[in-house]
Design a protein around this ligand. Structure first.
Ligand code: GLN
Length: 218
């Protein structure tokens, strides 16, 4: 079975662990460099990206995380986690670093300060629409959320806000093994977003064991 870590320096760690367990994955909090090495996939939860960035550096997690992302580790970032995975922050503060990996520019607290949070229904580009789309749109909860202001050519857009002042804004993306949403799927009972990520992790694990069993010959 796969082991999925949840970066546990700050933010809503517990809810993600529970969601992963409900899908049959082994789920473990990740706080130490050695724990980064031991997971098949990683969730970076919502929270506060400036704090998360500082703690990731203080706990010496930044370098092992950046390395594993570059090696193809599947990572799912929600909200602050999306910011951590973004290559660029619009109007970013010079002292805030991200791990990067996703060729996107995010805007923090993009939906406005007067409305701290809102909820809406989203159409989502499921990888297996026959299995997941019939359950209807995603009820998405946004809490001081970022949006994706710009996405590079290799980034797949999975969801956009459907209506209202933010209509058309990109709020879910995937690039290779990296997936990110502006919203918080861990707060409701719908586990389809986590299921999407768990299937990316399982797929990647299978590919890796296949590669180990038949090493390339020169
Ligand atoms: N506004 C937060 C940040 O910039 C993200 C909020 C969240 O994760 N719920 O990091």
């Amino acid at each position: 079975e796969i082991t999925v870590g949840v970066l546990a320096v700050q933010g809503d760690v517990r809810e993600h662990l529970a969601a992963l367990v409900s899908l049959g994955a082994e789920a473990v909090p990740v706080r130490r460099p050695a724990e980064v090495a031991a997971v098949d996939g990683l969730v970076i939860p919502g929270g506060e990206s400036t704090v998360m960035d500082k703690l990731v550096r203080a706990f010496e997690l930044r370098e092992p995380l950046v390395r594993r992302i570059a090696e193809g580790l599947p990572v799912y970032g929600s909200c602050a986690g999306m910011i951590m995975l973004a290559d660029r922050i619009a109007d970013g503060r010079p002292d805030q670093q991200t791990l990067g990996g996703l060729d996107i520019t995010v805007r923090r607290n993009a939906f406005g300060r007067q409305v701290d949070s809102f909820e809406t229904e989203l159409d989502y580009a499921w990888s297996d629409p026959e299995a997941l789309a019939p359950a209807g749109p995603v009820h998405a909860v946004f809490i001081r959320a970022p949006w994706v202001e710009q996405a590079g050519p290799d980034v797949e857009v999975l969801a956009r806000v459907g209506h209202g002042p933010a209509a058309g804004r990109i709020v879910a993306v995937r690039q290779g093994n990296l997936m990110a949403t502006s919203f918080h799927p861990e707060v409701g009972a719908d586990r389809r977003i986590h299921a999407e990520f768990v299937s990316i992790v399982r797929e990647h694990r299978l590919q890796q064991s296949a590669a180990r069993q038949s090493p390339e010959r020169e």
